[in-house]
Design a protein around this ligand. Structure first.
Ligand code: ADP
Ligand code: ASP
Ligand code: MG
Length: 414
């Protein structure tokens, strides 16, 4: 008898029929003798609708605490409906919201981090023979305020619950049948991966492959949770997240990720002296804005530098606002922003031991006439920032250049 945490995303619970389908899957696992905890997202489109209500009311200037109160409601509906559907199949079910479990988080509203999963309620229900349905995406902070975990956060709820309960599997059911070499909606020739290392999946998620929220992969890696990504609509073996092994190192590039959700900001004509970067990035950190890529060009002749960096598109407006003061105080020439960019990345643990990946990547992009605006690298990825309008073209060109539509063993450059 295993303890299984199943997570179903918004599309998988998007209609009453699909909720019945999820209930049937949970009940089948229960009848097969497993202890089953199900985590669900809000019904498809619901969280977007709730976010839009907040935006419409406030014009973007709102309390993050109350934003969480509103957007967390989508999951309350789906857990209640699912528990009713499971009950109707003859298995007792009980639903819990994040604050009822309790799934304790910090107080950074709209992107809270889970600190603790109090498992007692869940375990007592499992012992009583029930299926437990837990709202994804939500938690509660030490003051009792409702928090949410950032968009896509139900994945993280599921993995945290699986880690907390020491589950045998955390099965993430979604609208694709596994993790692919790139988003199959952009490149139809993309191939499903049977396995992927935690590190590669971590890079892919943080570089924009929204199939799993980044934080969920961090937790899975830290607590060694065996996560499987599967389709909620068809049977299959999906993709297993595992520790890295030697076979994986043979493949230079495993996948391509892309992200439209960043914006570029440049501080022009910055005096080249100590303390400036600390001021700029300190200001952004104080506003809880994460900076991703950073590029600084020092001009030898003028003694000035241009400082370019990217921030999440959702934080762009606020970043431009909070930087106005510091930029003026250091005597920089101008502050300019560009939200119409995209980041495209190639990922693979094999890059540690193979060279020439950057050259192959840049060649493929230049063959399509795509200009690279920023570059950043780490041990297992290379990312470029390009104009957003070329993003899909770039992804397809790179997928072909690294022969990702072929079986790994058949690739010329491996
Ligand atoms: P859910 O609502 O189930 O959480 P998401 O929409 O958050 O589902 O994530 C699934 C989507 O992730 C897929 O529909 C697919 O378009 C996208 N995706 C992006 N990159 C990949 C990839 N490499 N492999 C599979 N899916 C991907
Ligand atoms: N419902 C939330 C969202 O749309 C959480 C999730 O889907 O994982 O972001
Ligand atoms: Mg998701």
């Amino acid at each position: 008898m295993s303890l299984i945490v199943q997570k179903y995303g918004g599309t998988s619970v998007g209609t009453i029929q699909r909720i019945r389908n999820v209930a049937a899957r949970a009940v089948a696992a229960h009848r097969a003798g497993h202890r089953v905890v199900v985590t669900v997202s809000a019904m498809a489109g619901e969280t977007n609708r709730l976010v839009a209500l907040v935006e419409e009311l406030s014009g973007g200037d709102y309390s993050q605490r109350e934003y969480d109160v509103v957007v967390a409601t989508g999951e309350q509906v789906s857990i209640g409906l699912l528990a009713i559907a499971i009950d109707s199949l003859g298995v007792p079910a009980r639903s819990y919201q994040g604050w009822q479990v309790r799934l304790v988080t910090d107080s950074v509203h709209a992107k809270a981090r889970i600190l603790d999963v109090e498992a007692a309620n869940i375990l007592a229900d499992l012992d009583a023979g029930r299926i437990v349905v837990v709202a994804g995406f939500q938690g509660v902070d030490e003051h009792g305020a409702v928090t949410t975990l950032g968009r896509g956060g139900s994945d993280t709820s599921a993995v945290a619950i699986a880690a907390g309960l020491k589950a045998d599997f955390c099965d993430i059911y979604t609208d694709v049948d596994g993790v692919y070499t790139t988003d199959p909606r952009v490149v139809p020739k993309a191939r499903k991966l049977d396995r992927i290392s935690y590190d590669e999946m971590l890079e892919m998620a943080s570089l924009g492959a929204k199939v799993l929220q980044t934080r969920s992969v961090e937790l899975a890696k830290k607590y060694k949770v065996p996560v499987r990504v599967l389709s909620s609509l068809e049977e299959g073996t999906g993709t297993l997240l595992t520790e890295e092994d030697d076979d994986m190192e043979q493949v230079v590039v495993s996948a391509i990720a892309f992200n439209r959700d960043e914006a570029k900001i440049t501080v022009l004509g910055v005096p080249d002296k100590p303390g400036i970067a600390a001021l700029i990035f300190g200001t952004l950190a104080d506003a809880n804005i994460n900076v991703d890529m950073i590029l600084q060009n020092v001009s030898v002749s003028s003694g000035e530098t241009d400082l370019t960096f990217t921030v999440p598109k959702g934080d762009f407006r606020q970043a431009m606002e909070v930087l106005k003061g510091p930029v003026a105080s250091i005597g920089a020439r101008d502050l300019v922003g560009d939200p119409d960019i995209a980041k495209v990345s190639v990922v693979g643990v094999g890059m540690r031991s193979h060279s020439g990946v950057a050259q192959r990547m840049f060649k493929a992009l230049s063959a399509e006439g795509i200009n690279i605006r920023m570059i950043s690298t780490s041990e297992i990825k290379i990312s470029v920032v390009i104009d957003e309008k070329y993003m899909e073209l770039a992804v397809r060109a790179l997928h072909a250049a690294f022969e990702l539509d072929k079986d790994a063993g058949d690739r010329v450059g491996k």
